[in-house]
Design a protein around this ligand. Structure first.
Ligand code: SAM
Length: 238
């Protein structure tokens, strides 16, 4: 998806509706974050985490609550999505002893525009890389993350993934679309989503996605999660 299409997909309207739209499918997200928390639990108390495609900040809010001294850098090309996250983080700052906004750097833009700094202990990219249609660009996306990590740093990645040529794909897709109908989307959006799965999103077989992650400079990715079409991996910087 090019920048223009991405900005249109995650515009003001989409950003303000994003959290409520997906609220009914929270179990997917909660399970993914629960496992991500366990994977990252070995990091030091003052770890620094890079969150690429942070969206409205769901993964940062989950990790920040569990690890009260971690610091986060949210990289997000959509200004409206980042603004929703900033507002939520600021609200939590007032409510919680270990505030979140003061532990976050908010970067509007792609990763290549983030100023170079100390390497990060870990990175997340949740439901992001499937928007990159070209496989070499997608590998470049992971390479960019790898370059920001310390040696042995951990990547947590999730994407819409499936072997769309396999005989089982049709049945799985139907169940998935029925599940998506449980979100607050409306029929038109559901149809747009089904169409996007054919054109705007690169849904690839799990072993291909794992190979792309590895080619970005990571050890063999470990698949730790699957919920419908969403698969999750963690991998160490090679
Ligand atoms: C489906 S949302 C997921 C947001 C969040 N990670 C979550 O799990 O709720 C994908 C986000 O990735 C961002 N994004 C898409 N392509 C990106 C890229 N190449 N680099 C960084 N962010 C990207 C979009 O703007 C959007 O906010």
């Amino acid at each position: 998806m090019n920048d223009e299409k991405l900005q249109a997909t995650f515009n003001q309207q989409a950003a303000s509706a994003y959290d409520s739209q997906w609220a009914r499918l929270a179990p997917f997200r909660v399970a993914l974050h629960l496992l991500a928390t366990a994977i990252l639990a070995e990091l030091p108390a003052d770890a620094r985490i890079l969150c690429v495609g942070a969206g409205t900040g769901a993964e940062i809010l989950a990790l920040a609550e569990k690890f009260p001294a971690w610091r986060f850098t949210a990289v997000e090309p959509s200004g409206p999505m980042l603004e929703v996250f900033r507002r939520k983080a600021q609200e939590q700052e007032q409510e919680q002893e270990q505030g979140i906004a003061s532990r976050c750097t908010f970067h509007e833009g792609y990763l290549d525009s983030l100023p170079q700094g100390e390497p990060f202990d870990a990175a997340t990219s949740l439901l992001v890389s499937h928007f990159i249609l070209q496989q070499d660009e997608r590998a470049g996306f992971f390479r960019g993350i790898r370059q920001r990590l310390c040696s042995n740093g951990i990547l947590i990645n999730s994407d819409l993934t499936s072997d769309t040529d396999a005989p089982h794909y049709g049945a799985l897709l139907e169940v998935w679309m029925r599940t998506m109908a449980g979100a607050d989307l409306g029929q038109e959006k559901l149809e747009q989503m089904r169409a996007a799965y054919r054109r705007g999103v690169a849904i690839l077989a799990p072993e291909i996605v794992a190979g792309i992650i590895a080619s970005g400079g990571f050890d063999t990715p470990v698949q730790f999660y699957q919920c419908g079409l969403i698969h999750g991996w963690f991998a160490r910087a090679a």
